[in-house]
Design a protein around this ligand. Structure first.
Ligand SMILES: [Zn+2]
Length: 326
C-alpha cells in the first residue's frame, strides 16, 4: 500500500509533505489522514531514469563456458548485453575469472556498440578459484597481470586491477599485494578491492603516495558493515577512495530507499560513490533487472544531480566514457 510507505520515504527524502502540521480535531482526522496518504503517494520520488554505470560486473566462466555448446552457456554474450541494454546500463567495469570473459566483452565491439554499452576492462587477478586465497603472495599473478596489461584489449587498454579479495586483512601486506598496489599507482590503474576497512589502510600504505593518489574502488564499501563514521573517516583520509554499493549492509531501509545515515553520507560525498551488480554467480545475472530497479528506486529519492553522479557521472569521469545519446 502506497500510503504505508509514505512516512519513512518522506523522512528519507527530507520532505514534510505527509500529515497535518498541527493536531486536527478528531472529526477531521480521518479525512486528513486520507488526504495525507494521497499527497504522500503523489510526492513519492520517481525512479531515476538516466543512464547507469555498472562499476562491478563479472562475466565469469560459469556464466558462459565459451568452448561448450549452448546448453553449457547459460548467459551468452547476447543475453548479458540484452540485460544491460534493457536496464539502461550504458557502461560497465568488466572483469572475470579467468580474464576470458572480459576479453570476450571487450572484443565484441559490434555487439556492445549496438547495445550501447561501453566496456571498461579490468585485469582480474584470478585464473581459477584457488587464486582467491593465494594471489597476494603468488608471483605468477604479477606475471599474468603484466602480460595482460601489455596485451591490452580491443576496447582499449586495461584501466584497473581486480576485483580481488582479502579475507584476512593482514594479507594486504603480502609481497604481491604490495607490488600490485605500487604498480597500480604508477600506471594510474584503478583497484577494485573486496576488503575490510583495516585492509584499506594497509593497502593504501603500500602505495608510493601512501594513498593520496591511489584510485581505489572499495567493492561493497565494506561488505562486513564498517560503520558510516568509519567510511566517512576513510573517505576524508584518501581523496580517491570510491565506494561501490552492491551488497552494502544497512544501505537501504524497509521501503527500498536509503537509510538516513547512508543518505547523509552519499550527500556529503556525491562524487565518491558508484553502483554495481557484482554478477559473481549466475543467479546475479538472473536478478540483474531487479538489482538495477532497486538502484533506480533509491537513486530516485536523491536530488537529481546527486542521483545522476552516483548512477553515471562518477564512473564516466573516472574512465573518460562519453555521455551516451539516449
Ligand atoms: Zn565481485
Amino acid at each position: 500500500m502506497a500510503h504505508r510507505r509514505c512516512p519513512s520515504r518522506d523522512l528519507l527524502r527530507g520532505g514534510s509533505a505527509c500529515g497535518p502540521a498541527k493536531p486536527a480535531p478528531w472529526h477531521l482526522g480521518f479525512a486528513l489522514l486520507l488526504a495525507g496518504a494521497v499527497s504522500c503517494s503523489a510526492a513519492s520520488a520517481a525512479d531515476y531514469t538516466g543512464p547507469l554505470f555498472d562499476a562491478h560486473l563479472h562475466y565469469n566462466n560459469e556464466a558462459c563456458t565459451h568452448d561448450t555448446p549452448a546448453p553449457g552457456c547459460p548467459h551468452p554474450m547476447a543475453d548479458v548485453l540484452d540485460r544491460m541494454q534493457r536496464n539502461g546500463v550504458r557502461a560497465i567495469v568488466a572483469n572475470s575469472r579467468p580474464n576470458d570473459g572480459t576479453r570476450a566483452l571487450a572484443t565484441a565491439r559490434e555487439q556492445t556498440r549496438k547495445a550501447g554499452v561501453t566496456v571498461v576492462p579490468f585485469v582480474r587477478l584470478y585464473r581459477d578459484r584457488a587464486d582467491y586465497n593465494n594471489w597476494f603472495r603468488d608471483p605468477t599473478i604479477v606475471e599474468m597481470v603484466n602480460a595482460e596489461l601489455q596485451r591490452g584489449t580491443p576496447a582499449g587498454p586495461y584501466r584497473g586491477l581486480g576485483e580481488f579479495h582479502l579475507y584476512d586483512s593482514a594479507n594486504a601486506n603480502g609481497p604481491v599485494a604490495k607490488q600490485l598496489m605500487a604498480l597500480a599507482e604508477e600506471k594510474d590503474l584503478a583497484i577494485l578491492a573486496h576488503v575490510d576497512d583495516v585492509a584499506i589502510d594497509l593497502l593504501m600504505a603500500n602505495t608510493p603516495s601512501k594513498g593520496r593518489k591511489s584510485l581505489l574502488i572499495w567493492a561493497h564499501t565494506g561488505i562486513g558493515g564498517s560503520s558510516v563514521a568509519r567510511v566517512d573517516e576513510l573517505f576524508a583520509r584518501y581523496p580517491r577512495l570510491i565506494g561501490e554499493l552492491s551488497y552494502r549492509p544497512g544501505l537501504t531501509c524497509g521501503d527500498g530507499q536509503l537509510c538516513p545515515d547512508w543518505r547523509a553520507l552519499l550527500l556529503k560525498y556525491p562524487d565518491r560513490f558508484m553502483i554495481g551488480s557484482d554478477t559473481w554467480i549466475n543467479q546475479r545475472w538472473q536478478y540483474y533487472d531487479e538489482l538495477m530497479k532497486g538502484y533506480r528506486a533509491w537513486l530516485g529519492g536523491l536530488p537529481a544531480d546527486v542521483a545522476r553522479r552516483i548512477a553515471w557521472d562518477n564512473g564516466a569521469k573516472l574512465f573518460g566514457v562519453p555521455t551516451p545519446t539516449p
